[in-house]
Design a protein. Sequence first.
Length: 120
Amino acid sequence: MESKALAEAAVRILDTKKAKALKMIRISDISSLADYFVLATGTSSTHVKALADEVEFQLKETQKIAPDHEEGYRSNSWILLDYGSVVIHVFTPDAREFYDLDRLWKDGTAEDISGLMTAE
């Protein structure tokens, strides 16, 4: 699956599960880590885990892909799902503010995801 399509699929999944502050950042021009970062905030540690679980489940079911690496399931304040070309970060509000990846990766290109979001 192409990296942009994978990132967009993750955004859609996270949106359906009520993730907050969704952001998709293209970092391929400034880093070799991945092509895209997807950032999302859950309302609680339980919500963070549910969001990450749903992304992993849906991508496995629909695209037959699993993350190469995952981290943070013990803390539930920041869960990372690494799909190689796309890295998905799901935070609690406090963790998102503390790690501030939005600022750290500000040189990346924030993609317009408004067309991927459900109208509510």
